[in-house]
Design a protein around this ligand. Structure first.
Ligand SMILES: Cc1cc2nc3c(=O)[nH]c(=O)nc-3n(C[C@H](O)[C@H](O)[C@H](O)COP(=O)(O)OP(=O)(O)OC[C@H]3O[C@@H](n4cnc5c(N)ncnc54)[C@H](O)[C@@H]3O)c2cc1C
Length: 406
C-alpha cells in the first residue's frame, strides 16, 4: 500500500519502521524544518521495550538509556509516599529512562533504513478524503494514498478538542547526573509538597558513547505562573527549590539561565473516533495525557505495532483498521481513566487530595497486592496490551536474525 504518515514523532517513526519494513511505501510529513525532537527525557516502559524488541532495536535503547528499577517519591520531610519497584513483576522487569534525542535517533534511523521517506517543512492542515491525501498549509496536497496516519501529536488539526490543556505543566532541563550524591543511577527520585510543588531527578543515559551520564530535572509549574517565573531571578527560584529539596543542589548548580529550561504544558484528551474512513489517529493524536504515569510514548509505540499487526492480519484495509481499534481500545480507555484519576493528586490546586495522598499512600502500599499492582500500572501492562500482538512474521524474522547471529 501507499501510506502517508503525518508527524515524525514517536508514533509516526515507529509506524513507518514497521510498515516500510513490511513492504509498504511510506512517506512521513513533518512540520519541523529538520529532524530532531524537542524536550528532555522519558521512560520506555516494559511495554515500549517489547515494541522496540519487535523491531530489534531494544539493544540500542539499552545502550543509550539508564535502567530504572524503581520510582521513589517523598514528601519534603523525607517520608516515602511512592515506592514502585519493577521487580514486583519479575527479576528482569525494569524501565529504561532515555534522552528524547536518543529515542528519536533510534526510531529515525530505523524508519529510514526500513525504506520510509521523511519530508520536513510540511505543515499538515487537513486531509482530502476523495484523493486520500494530506492537505498542507501552502495549499498543496500529498499524492493519493491507500491509508493516512495521523501521528501529529496532541495538537493534531484532525481532532476538534475543547480546552484540554491541564493547568499544571513542568519546567524541564538536563544536567550531568549528580553521581556520588544521594541520587541513584537506577531510580527516578521525586519530592512533593502538596499537589502544586514538586521536583524530580531522573537519569537518562548518555546521548553518545563517551558522553557522561545525564539527568533530567523537572519542576512542576502552573501555566499561569510561567511568565512570573521568567521574571524571577534564577538564584531566587533555586532557593525555593532547595527549600523543598536541599539534596538537589548539585543538579541546580548546573543551571545559570532561564533559557536552559523548556516549559512543557500537558493535556488530557481522547479522540472520539480513532478511525475516520481511511484516516487513523494514533499516539497523542488519539489519546493525550499528563506524563504523570509515564505512558504516552509507550502507548504511541504500542499503537504503531498494533496497526502493523492488524494490517498484516487482515487483507482488507477497513477490517484491519477495525482490528487495530479492537487491539488498542481497552488499554487506551483504561490508562486514560487512570491518568484522569491520578493527575489531580500530583498536579492541581487541591489541598485535600495531596493531604490524603501523604497520609494514606504509604500504608496502602503495604497491602500484599499493592507492589505488584503499582508496578503493573507504571509498567503499562495493566489490561495486557501486548497479549494479541504476537505477529508470526515479526517473530519469525527475529528468530532468523538471532540464528544468523549465532
Ligand atoms: C515533558 C514531558 C515528559 C514526558 N514524559 C514521558 C515519559 O516519561 N514516558 C512516556 O511514555 N511519555 C512521556 N511523555 C509523553 C510523550 O512524550 C508523548 O506521549 C509522545 O511523544 C507522543 O508521541 P506522538 O508521536 O503521538 O506525538 P509527538 O511525539 O508529539 O510527535 C508529533 C510529531 O508531529 C509533528 N507535527 C505536529 N503537528 C504537525 C502538523 N500540523 N503538521 C506536520 N507535522 C506536525 C511534530 O513536529 C512531531 O514531530 C512526556 C511528555 C512531556 C511533554
Amino acid at each position: 500500500m501507499k501510506i502517508a504518515i503525518g508527524g515524525a514523532g514517536i508514533a509516526g517513526l515507529t509506524a513507518a519502521a514497521f510498515l516500510a519494513g513490511a513492504g509498504h511505501r511510506v512517506i512521513i510529513y513533518d512540520k519541523a524544518p529538520q529532524p530532531g525532537p524537542v524536550g528532555s527525557g522519558l521512560i520506555v516502559q516494559p511495554t515500549g521495550q517489547a515494541v522496540l524488541a519487535a523491531l530489534q532495536l531494544d539493544h540500542l535503547l539499552m545502550k543509550r538509556g539508564s535502567r530504572l528499577d524503581r520510582l521513589d517519591g517523598r514528601t519534603e520531610d523525607g517520608r516515602r509516599i511512592l515506592n514502585v519497584k519493577y521487580e514486583a513483576l519479575g527479576p528482569d522487569v525494569f524501565g529504561v529512562a532515555v534522552h528524547r534525542s536518543s529515542l528519536f535517533n533510534i526510531l529515525y534511523d530505523a524508519a529510514k533504513s526500513a525504506g520510509a521517506e521523511i519530508r520536513y517543512g510540511r505543515m499538515v492542515t487537513g486531509a482530502d478524503a476523495q484523493s486520500c491525501g494530506f492537505v498542507f498549509a501552502d495549499g498543496d496536497t500529498s499524492e493519493p494514498c491507500d491509508l493516512l496516519i495521523d501521528a501529529l501529536g496532541r495538537r493534531t488539526p484532525f481532532v476538534a478538542r475543547e480546552d484540554c490543556i491541564l493547568s499544571y505543566g513542568a519546567l524541564w532541563a538536563n544536567a550531568p547526573f549528580p553521581s556520588g550524591h544521594e541520587f541513584s543511577e537506577n531510580a527516578l527520585s521525586q519530592r512533593y509538597r502538596s499537589a502544586n510543588l514538586s521536583a524530580g531527578v531522573m537519569p537518562i543515559g548518555s546521548a553518545a558513547d563517551k558522553d557522561p551520564l545525564q539527568a533530567a530535572f523537572f519542576w512542576t509549574l502552573g501555566a499561569r505562573h510561567y511568565d512570573a517565573w521568567l521574571m524571577t531571578p534564577l538564584p531566587r527560584w533555586k532557593d525555593r527549590v532547595l527549600k523543598l529539596w536541599p539534596e538537589a543542589a548539585p543538579v541546580l548548580d548546573h543551571f545559570q539561565d532561564h533559557e536552559q529550561f523548556v516549559f512543557a504544558t500537558y493535556a488530557h484528551h481522547t479522540a472520539p473516533a480513532p478511525v475516520e474512513g481511511r484516516l487513523v489517529h494514533m499516539g497523542d493524536a488519539w489519546h493525550a495525557a499528563s506524563p504523570q504515569l509515564g505512558q504516552g510514548a509507550n502507548m504511541a509505540l504500542i499503537d504503531a505495532w498494533a496497526l502493523s499487526v492488524a494490517l498484516e492480519r487482515y487483507a482488507d484495509v477497513d477490517a484491519a483498521l477495525a482490528g487495530f481499534v479492537e487491539l488498542r481500545r481497552n488499554h487506551v480507555k483504561l490508562y486514560q481513566a487512570i491518568s484522569r484519576l491520578f493527575t489531580p493528586v500530583y498536579q492541581s490546586d487541591s489541598k485535600t487530595l495531596p493531604a490524603l495522598r501523604d497520609k494514606f499512600a504509604a500504608p496502602l502500599s503495604t497491602f500484599w497486592f499493592m507492589p505488584k499492582l503499582l508496578a503493573a500500572m507504571v509498567a503499562g501492562t495493566l489490561g495486557d496490551p501486548l497479549k494479541h500482538l504476537q505477529s508470526p512474521t515479526i517473530y519469525a524474522a527475529k528468530t532468523d536474525a538471532a540464528e544468523e547471529v549465532v
